[in-house]
Design a protein. Structure first.
Length: 367
């Protein structure tokens, strides 16, 4: 047999072996069990939705991973949207091909008369998250970009020469070039930066509401009446027309490739826990209200030398030690956070589970 013939034979053998190996791997993959939802061992066979329940809490009754809630309804054509669950609904566990699925026993929707209008009012589904936990942050806090914040008119003073103003005070301000006659007085709380120090926005807090009394076009000023003050307004506070935007409703969707970090909170706490609100460096182009992210803690890198040290220990990065090998620690999951309000460059999220104290710098990613 010639050398060329031997090469052809060897090539054919390699192809046969490669094909057998590929078929073996494919068979092994096909024999692996498919993804199966696992109910909690404590999950009940039926659950009656109560007034005050939240969708997240109900999902937690059945699942260790509540963001997979829609998967439990995948074969149920009775429910168009599993995020719309109403008080009085009875959720029933069943099985299709060995997989758990949910169905609901629901009476015909009952309408009640509104005392104010004598009109029938359709019942409301349960909230996805606890409204009492997130409403203050929707109604009283927001992030503005630097340019927008700088362009807002500010309070100047009053007839009595005061620097603080309460309800029923008249206050002079710079003029807002709009047709609005109702304003919100807001105050800068903090400049929010990402972990690299880049500015993501200006955190402002609602202080009071004010009504327009009159405008002076000659001096470009406005006379305002302080209607309702959560706290005293101060000279230099800013004015915003209209209210803070409120998300009408949202659905739980797990993050996929998004990755970011906690860059702050609204109360400047060192440690945060369940039901605290955090600021993430992910904006409206990356996440939406309802996005569920895992919280991950990653310890400091370790300098791999005769006496191992953490890189953040005093004196660890001096002289030639910059070039010593370091070992990165794995990021360990410590909880979950659900986004409920987004801005251009950042978002607010509610911590729904925490196994340890949560800090600025913790990673957020696929749950």
């Amino acid at each position: 047999m010639t050398v060329n013939n031997l090469q052809v034979v060897n090539l054919k053998k390699r192809l046969i072996y490669a094909r057998r190996a590929a078929l073996f791997i494919l068979g092994a993959l096909l024999s692996l069990p498919t993804f199966a939802l696992q109910l909690k061992e404590s999950a009940p066979e039926t659950y009656t939705v109560k007034r005050g329940d939240t969708l997240w809490a109900i999902a937690n009754v059945f699942l260790n991973e509540p963001w997979l809630w829609p998967e439990l309804w995948r074969t149920n054509t009775q429910i168009d949207n599993p995020h719309l669950i109403y008080p009085g609904d009875v959720i029933v566990v069943g099985y299709v091909d060995g997989q758990p699925v949910l169905s609901v026993k629901r009476d015909k929707p009952s309408y009640k008369l509104s005392p104010a209008t004598d009109k029938r009012v359709k019942p409301k589904p349960v909230d996805v998250l606890s409204w009492t936990s997130i409403s203050p942050f929707i109604r009283q806090h927001m992030l503005l970009d630097e340019e927008s914040y700088a362009s807002l008119p500010k309070l100047l003073g009053n007839q009595d020469g005061n620097v603080r103003f309460a309800s029923d005070d008249f206050v002079l301000s710079q003029q807002q070039f709009s047709t609005d006659d109702q304003y919100r007085v807001v105050r800068k709380h903090a400049t929010i930066r990402n972990l690299d120090g880049e500015i993501l926005g200006i955190q402002v807090t609602h202080v009071s509401t004010a009504s327009l009394v009159e405008k002076d076009e000659g001096s470009n000023t406005m006379l305002l009446f302080i209607d309702d003050a959560n706290q005293e307004a101060k000279r230099g506070d800013k004015l915003m027309a209209g209210g803070f935007e409120h998300p009408e409703g949202f659905e739980l969707v797990p993050a996929t490739s998004q990755r970011g970090a906690i860059v702050g909170d609204l109360h400047d706490h060192d440690l945060l826990g369940k039901y605290d609100v955090v600021i993430l460096d992910l904006g409206s182009m990356e996440v939406a209200p309802g996005t569920v992210l895992g919280l991950y803690s990653q310890g400091p890198a370790i300098i791999d030398e005769e006496s191992p040290r953490y890189v953040d220990e005093p004196g660890a990065n001096t002289g030639g030690e910059w070039f010593i090998d370091t070992v990165s620690q794995p990021a360990l999951k410590v909880g979950e956070v659900v986004v409920f309000k987004t801005f251009d460059a950042a978002s607010y999220g509610l911590i729904t589970r925490a196994n340890k104290g949560i800090k600025r710098g913790f990673i957020v990613a696929k749950p």
